[in-house]
Ligand binder design. Structure first.
Ligand SMILES: NC(=O)C1=CN([C@@H]2O[C@H](COP(=O)(O)OP(=O)(O)OC[C@H]3O[C@@H](n4cnc5c(N)ncnc54)[C@H](OP(=O)(O)O)[C@@H]3O)[C@@H](O)[C@H]2O)C=CC1
Ligand SMILES: O=C(O)C1=N[C@H](C(=O)O)C[C@H](O)C1
Length: 233
């Protein structure tokens, strides 16, 4: 496949290595405000910045190029992007986290939330830890985890404040140099705690997942998720 990398930072460079090792060619490496002709590419992979993702993605839809996006912090415009995808009969996969491990962890989190939903005396808490260069907080992955809990419990929202209200899930976002991404969910009671945790050891898992998603998306029309790609039921 001829791949356009929309965003050529830490993730763009990691994706390039994996894409080349799987026999693909990188035809575009887009950083800030570069003019590109997206129609040269068979597929685009967007790992850019929150303020540019929507424009990058919708430019692909308007030019008939399937797009995989992992950029976080732009989801206020997600439903608008889906409308533009549909209008143009585009192909799209967004995931807050492309690693196989985190996508399993998302399902585990929902199952645990369902089990805990009728049990009293446990307080939910979440933590995400990332490198100090990260622009957004909480992480997209933490928001997806919180949404999985909200779908399955009486919690109504998430909150970056530890002294969150009873109906909200408190998320603590820590920034520590070089950490690729660690997410924990706790259920704490007076007598014990249950913890589930995912630790990324590098960015390789995110990058491989994004390339596999791009390979899977080629030739399809519509909006998909990593559950479709990984065939998780
Ligand atoms: N879903 C997932 O699995 C994962 C998601 N992410 C997310 O991916 C995004 C990128 O992360 P990361 O690679 O670490 O960040 P970086 O800051 O290393 O890279 C972002 C890149 O985007 C470029 N950029 C800026 N403006 C534009 C634009 N208009 N069009 C295209 N590119 C642009 C920047 O260029 P310049 O340097 O010139 O400004 C930079 O090269 C973040 O939102 C992060 O949260 C990260 C890891 C995994
Ligand atoms: O910015 C990062 O680095 C990461 N961002 C994603 C997120 O916000 O969840 C995924 C991963 O945790 C790394």
């Amino acid at each position: 496949m001829k791949i356009a990398l929309l965003g050529y930072g830490r993730m763009g460079k990691e994706i390039e290595k994996i894409a080349i090792s799987r026999g693909h060619e990188i035809v575009i490496r887009k950083a800030a405000d570069t003019e590109i002709d997206i129609t040269q590419a068979d597929v685009a992979i967007d790992f850019s910045i929150p303020t540019s993702a929507f424009e990058n993605i919708t430019n692909c839809f308007r030019n008939g190029v399937p797009v995989v996006s992992g950029t976080t912090g732009w989801l206020d415009n997600y439903s608008k992007a889906l409308d533009i995808c549909e209008e143009n009969k585009g192909a799209f996969i967004y995931a807050s986290n492309f690693s196989v491990g985190v996508n399993i962890f998302f399902e585990l989190n929902k199952q645990l939330a369902k089990m805990m939903s009728n049990i009293d005396n446990y307080d939910i808490a979440m933590e995400e830890i990332h490198h100090t260069k990260k622009l957004d907080a909480p992480s997209g992955t933490a928001i997806t985890l919180a949404e999985g809990i909200i779908e399955n419990t009486s919690k109504e929202n998430w909150d970056l404040d530890e002294a969150s209200s009873e109906n909200n899930i408190p998320i603590v976002a820590k920034r520590i140099p070089e950490v690729p991404g660690t997410h924990s969910v706790w259920y704490n009671s007076e007598v014990d705690s249950i913890e589930i945790k995912h630790t990324a050891h590098s960015r390789k898992g995110f990058a491989l997942g994004a390339v596999v998603a791009a390979e899977w998306l080629l030739g399809k029309t519509g909006v998909f998720t990593m559950k479709d790609v990984l065939n998780i039921s």
